[in-house]
Design a binder for this molecule. Structure first.
Ligand SMILES: Nc1ncnc2c1ncn2[C@@H]1O[C@H](COP(=O)(O)OP(=O)(O)OP(=O)(O)O)[C@@H](O)[C@H]1O
Ligand SMILES: [Mg+2]
Length: 381
């Protein structure tokens, strides 16, 4: 029996919970060729949602392609990856080669095919003649126009997903954004989703004076409603032959701070422990045993993170955990946790946010990693 909970990768359809409204909206916006910005903190489920939406769109006849901007080490490498993805949308390698040679006029693309044992083989595109920044920009303009060309050539809607889009900033700042926005705007048959996981960077990108200002609808992905997620978890346990005692789903969601990744991790690990001990039921006792195991496995790493913090930051972080992230500046909290003045607390909070340890949700600060939160509560003083 396979573990029904998945974390750390894009979730397959059967392990995908809720998000029905978000999915409907994304599918509708993309099929009407909108340019959508999808923003959320890390590990909320953007990539999974985008993947699912593209899957639906492709079943409805659209040509879809997905690229993770952050995985390219340079602007040119990104353009090569983009060209490759465009060329190989549902075509054979020979057709892809012919199409690219036809549509790229400013330089000569080099196409390589490497056969792969037991697989369809790998195909790569390179632009060896492109060297200067000017040549790169010229090529970029050409490649960014290709989704429109593809839609026209194939008489199909094209949908482009650029994940980790905030990473585009590192390539060469303003130029890429301008070029991409200008091209996308003219493509009436092409939907785009720009997904990004650093909300502050993404919000800046859609701010006034930036190319993507008012380019299209903005979706801010929230957490999954806790009751829905809890029920989903219990149902998945049941279907896999392990009975979840009532309340287990809610306890997992709560302990995981309702972060989708953490919820799945805790459910996955609990399921594993129950399974390997030959049990058929999972309850709070099993959940806590699993939590204890996970905390001890991560102990060295958490200890190292803790050691790197200043004393003031440690005190503030502990206060966040013990106070549930609220009322941190009040005289009462400051006295109880022996914190400094409000401005020093603010400075520590800002540093902790910058280190990706804390996140501000409305008026509340939360520790992003729920295991780290539990570790702080148990192992620090
Ligand atoms: N709809 C969902 N149902 C169930 N689990 C989900 C869902 N969405 C996300 N998850 C869980 O969260 C994990 C992270 O999801 P995903 O990679 O899609 O998020 P992300 O926002 O793209 O994260 P990152 O910012 O790290 O790229 C998944 O591996 C899965 O465990
Ligand atoms: Mg992602």
């Amino acid at each position: 029996m396979e573990n029904p909970f998945i974390y750390g990768e894009i979730v397959p359809d059967e392990a995908f919970a809720d998000r029905e409204t978000e999915l409907d909206r994304l599918v509708a916006d993309l099929s009407s060729a909108q340019k959508v910005f999808l923003i959320s903190p890390r590990r909320y489920g953007k990539s999974s949602l985008v993947h699912r939406a593209l899957h639906t769109l492709s079943r409805h006849g659209a040509l879809t392609l997905e690229l993770t901007v952050s995985s390219y080490s340079s602007y040119l490498a990104f353009l090569e990856g983009y060209a490759r993805a465009l060329a190989t949308v549902e075509t054979t390698w020979q057709q892809a080669r012919a199409w690219l040679a036809d549509v790229i006029a400013t330089t000569r693309p080099e196409l390589r095919y490497e056969p792969e044992e037991g697989g369809p083989g790998r195909f790569s595109v390179a632009f060896p003649l492109v060297r200067t920044a000017r040549e790169v920009n010229r090529l970029a303009n050409e490649i960014f126009s290709l989704p429109g060309r593809l839609a026209a050539d194939r008489k199909r809607t094209v949908v482009v997903a650029l994940d980790e889009f905030q990473a585009i900033d590192a390539f060469d700042g303003g130029e890429v954004e301008h070029a991409l926005r200008a091209a996308a705007q003219q493509q009436r048959q092409v939907g785009y989703v720009f997904a990004g996981s650093e909300p502050s960077l993404m919000e800046k990108m859609i701010g006034p004076r930036r190319p993507f200002y008012k380019a299209g609808p903005v979706m801010r992905l929230e957490k999954i409603p806790p009751a829905v997620f809890a029920e989903f978890i219990e149902a998945r346990f049941a279907r896999s032959g392990i009975r979840a005692e009532p309340g287990l789903g809610a306890a997992i969601v709560d302990l995981a701070g309702n972060l989708p990744y953490d919820v799945q991790r805790l459910a996955h690990e609990t399921w594993d422990d129950v399974r390997s001990s030959g049990g058929r039921r999972a309850g709070l006792e099993q959940l806590h045993a699993t939590l204890t195991r996970l905390l001890s496995e991560q102990d060295t790493m958490f200890e190292a993170v803790w050691q790197r913090l200043t004393l003031a930051q440690r005190a503030v972080l502990r206060a966040v955990v013990l106070q549930g992230g609220r009322e941190l500046l009040s005289a009462d909290t400051r006295a109880r946790h022996r914190l400094g003045g409000p401005s020093s607390i603010q400075a520590s909070l800002a540093a902790l946010v910058k280190h990706d340890l804390l996140l501000k949700e409305g008026q509340q600060y939360v520790v992003i990693d729920s295991l780290f939160r539990e570790w702080i509560a148990r192992k620090t003083y």
